[in-house]
Design a protein around this ligand. Sequence first.
Ligand code: COA
Length: 440
Amino acid sequence: MPITTTSADFVAWFRSVAPYINAFRTRTFVIAFGGEVVADGKFVELTHDFNLLASLGIKLVLVHGARPQIEQHLAKSNLGDTYHHGIRLTDAETMQCVKEAVGRVRVEIEALLSMGLPNSPMANADIRVAGGNFITAQPIGVINGIDLQHTGSVRKVDVAAINDRLKFGEVVLLSPLGYSPTGEVFNLTLEDVATAAAIALDADKLVFLMDTDGVHDKKGNLIKELTVSQAQEVLSAKHKLTDDVALYLPCAVRASEAGVSRTHLISRHNDGAVLQELFSDDGIGTMVVESTLNTLRDATIEDIGGILELLRPLEDEGILVRRNRELLEQEIERFVVLEHDHRIVGCAALYPSPDEAAAELAALAVEKQNRDHGYGEAILNHMISVAKGQRMKKLFVLTTRTAHWFIERGFVESDISTLPAHKKSLYNYQRKSKVFVRKI
Ligand SMILES: CC(C)(COP(=O)(O)OP(=O)(O)OC[C@H]1O[C@@H](n2cnc3c(N)ncnc32)[C@H](O)[C@@H]1OP(=O)(O)O)[C@@H](O)C(=O)NCCC(=O)NCCS
């Protein structure tokens, strides 16, 4: 078959997702979505995506809600909806409606996950859905003199039982109900169940499908990534958050603080949102990452001492081109630094040539005692997204000793003639650096 642009794009795209596929196999993802997804008839598309994730060997735990269905049931039974401090009060009659609504939603989800129609993305799908008394609950109790009765919170997650099911390739579906050792049933929130499950299972990802597309800053721009402390700042800042974010962001913080490495807040209205968020560098929502002592940030003039200290030994060894203090002062805005516990342990600089849509990555360095922790790669990835933001189409490096490191990260050897004109004229023929290029 002749390679057309479309088929070449397809091949390039398919290859680009391979690293994610390898990285995600056997990982545990907890994905939570409200009853609205089922009520709106959107669950079919989502089922296709779950099917795909499961076929890639990802261990899936799905957590569903049933809020609109419960409200419908309550209205039909002429029962009011009572909230106390934002928490639903569940008396015996309400609990009856909750059980019925949750049961119905669950059956509907299980039916859709069982589809296997030919000529659909579910053809040959073999999803087995597991359920059970995996969640032990306790009553929330009395708040300000009001007994919330059958409203509960998660007390324990039966990790061994869930892992048993996941081990056999089954998808575990958790409902917002929990059982107590006294034999009672409690009405739980989906966010509590999802967060508790992700923490207990030591999940690699927790995903919340929401009505909005993520967390926005004061100017309304979508924030792609937040560390836990940044997320806490957003929560304590004065600007108004959407109901979704106010509900799920604290859960993301709780999960991250307890060791869940990534929590994603994404829109349920976007077809393929889960796939786009998980299988692309940029994602489409907001990702909350574990709190870290590391910060990757733009360098300032105060960092020059630290950068010099880091680069000097490498320059002495002839690995990097020498830069004196004056040059660093002039070029400091081109640098990023990686700080670990307030100490500079890594850096890199980016020199864009806008006319040729190419940028040079230079002075990439990680302190010797901090190597092999993925810091070099984190800096490279950061620089790639900065370069993309500046509309660069390729990134090149000149290196004498680190060729293989770059090759293993998607760079290919190229010729001096392919360098941007300005860089070509400055090329140092004595150093004999090799040129490597990566399309970005
Ligand atoms: C290149 C450099 C930035 C990588 O930093 P790092 O934080 O150790 O990088 P990562 O942790 O992301 O990657 C480590 C992996 O790269 C491998 N690696 C390190 N140097 C390598 C080299 N020269 N060639 C091939 N692989 C190399 C390590 O063995 C390790 O492999 P593993 O993951 O299989 O264990 C660091 O080695 C460095 O500062 N080198 C000196 C400066 C330099 O050469 N800069 C590039 C020119 S601009």
